[in-house]
Ligand binder design. Sequence first.
Ligand SMILES: Nc1ncnc2c1ncn2[C@@H]1O[C@H](COP(=O)(O)OP(=O)(O)O)[C@@H](O)[C@H]1O
Ligand SMILES: [Mg+2]
Length: 258
Amino acid sequence: MKASRGSLKVKGVAKSFALPQGDLRVLERIDLEVGPGEFVALVGKSGCGKSTLLRLIGGLEAATEGEILLREKRITGPGLERGMVFQEPRLFPWMTTRENIAFGLRDSTEKREAGETVEKYLALVGLAGFGDAYPHQLSGGMQQRAALARALVSRPEVLLLDEPFGALDALTRIQMQLEIQRIWRESRGTVLLVTHDIDEAVFLGDRVAVMSEGPGTLRKIIPVPLSRPRDRSSASFVKIRKKIYNEFFNSSRKIKGV
Ligand SMILES: Nc1ncnc2c1ncn2[C@@H]1O[C@H](COP(=O)(O)OP(=O)(O)O)[C@@H](O)[C@H]1O
Ligand SMILES: [Mg+2]
């Protein structure tokens, strides 16, 4: 079987944390396949294990059970073929934007020859002309763009986004959603986006994976068969959004007006 670039498989994954009072089971029986170039949004309540799942895929934590495969190869640690962006930009304050982005490159040779590549990614995220600025000179949205460029500069197979727009104001957030959509279409990479914003999930995802809590399991995966760019006020959009909202509640307690 041909192992495709950006093909991600989470197989029977469980995760427990050892705490003084005993093991805390955070994830249970997670099975998820994300195809090459697919955009999957992962939604769930705070504390249900979304970040933990992303950290497992990022190789920042090890699964207690099961395995995660990228291009049919088991993930055992972090790697530049998986780019991560978090809620906070996590830029180095003593480095310029250009230096922060170059930090995402593989080795020192690549870094030395990075000039053009970095300029390209600065432009891609809309920061052309800000290469010499330090993080404190950038707005929150611009810092998040720089963090995105740092994750993209090594041309990752998979982009792992953990509520990357969560700290931004509503308008900047919508702008960033459009940007990430454009960048994704240009790079054709695989994206897994964690969000607690159902609207954002339906706007961006090819599929929306809904998690439930205690321990976190994948409750349902809902396809979003709408062409892009999507109209948030269209009847078909609203219908899918409603379906996902209702996944969070008992069918007997369906909420009205969403
Ligand atoms: N390193 C850790 N040690 C112990 N417990 C953790 C650790 N990381 C996360 N948890 C716990 O796992 C649960 C899920 O956390 P998290 O994955 O951050 O959820 P989410 O991102 O969905 O809000 C929470 O109860 C959290 O306290
Ligand atoms: Mg989280």
